[in-house]
Design a protein around this ligand. Structure first.
Ligand SMILES: CC(=O)N[C@H](C=O)[C@@H](O)[C@H](O)[C@H](O)COP(=O)(O)O
Length: 223
């Protein structure tokens, strides 16, 4: 097994992302955010964009799951959609690349197999971001190294629930041979604990730690 998996087993992975329309959009700030996450006990970082990934690696030295969010007119897929994003990510030192592996058409009709092959040839790991159990099973067949519940609630056909998709995480953890990560709407330490107790390999927390505009909103809405 790749050392990455030993490093993150039973641990917290923190997603440090701020897109161009978010207040903290800046590689410098994401580097500092990731350093704070490291000080707090994060075992790895999930990050968006080549500048952020390079800065986070330099500042923290932690393992990084890289992705690029980019919208295309002919597809709903936006997380590492095409070979263009894969090649950009391969220019960074990230250990693992997260790919949308939902059952939806990719831009330009590109095939996910080609992307997986390219990533593996470069000696990196593939994380499948999925929204349903069936997509997780299919991703495993495609030869990915791990799956994450990232997109549950973000495809039209997955359950639209407020909290984390514990049921999906539990099912994937018990049925798949590859590690399953719990991700998406883990808002509190209690949520994280429950997710881990379901048997996930590790869990990824983003907004509740690294999107202060959303954290503030949560406080402000009770007033
Ligand atoms: C759906 C989507 O695009 N999720 C993105 C995936 O990279 C990120 O915006 C999330 O922050 C990440 O998945 C962690 O989830 P949460 O922020 O809920 O803890």
């Amino acid at each position: 097994m790749h050392p990455f998996f030993e490093q993150v087993k039973g641990k917290l992975i923190v997603s440090c992302q701020a897109l161009a329309d978010e207040p903290l959009h800046s590689a410098f700030i994401m580097g500092r955010m990731a350093l704070a996450a490291k000080e707090g006990g994060a075992a790895a970082i999930r990050a968006q964009g080549t500048d952020d990934i390079k800065e986070i690696k330099k500042v923290t030295g932690l393992p990084v799951i890289g992705l690029i969010k980019r919208n295309y007119a002919d597809s709903e897929i936006y997380i590492t959609s095409t070979m263009r994003e894969v090649e950009e990510l391969l220019s960074t030192p990230c250990e693992m690349i997260a790919l949308d592996m939902t059952d939806r058409l990719r831009p330009n009709g590109e095939k996910v197999e080609t992307l997986i092959e390219k990533i593996h040839e470069a000696g990196r790991l593939v994380l499948a971001d999925i929204s349903t159990y069936e997509e997780g099973k299919a991703a495993e067949k495609f030869g990915v190294d791990a799956v994450s519940t990232t997109l549950s609630g973000y495809t039209s056909y997955s359950p639209q629930i407020e909290g984390p998709d514990y049921a999906l995480a539990a099912r994937l953890s018990s049925d798949l041979l590859v590690p399953a990560f719990g991700e998406g709407r883990i808002h509190t330490p209690e949520d994280l604990k429950r997710m881990m107790e379901l048997g996930v390999w590790s869990a990824i927390v983003g907004s509740a730690i690294t999107r202060p505009q959303l954290i503030t909103k949560d406080f402000a809405r009770v007033l």
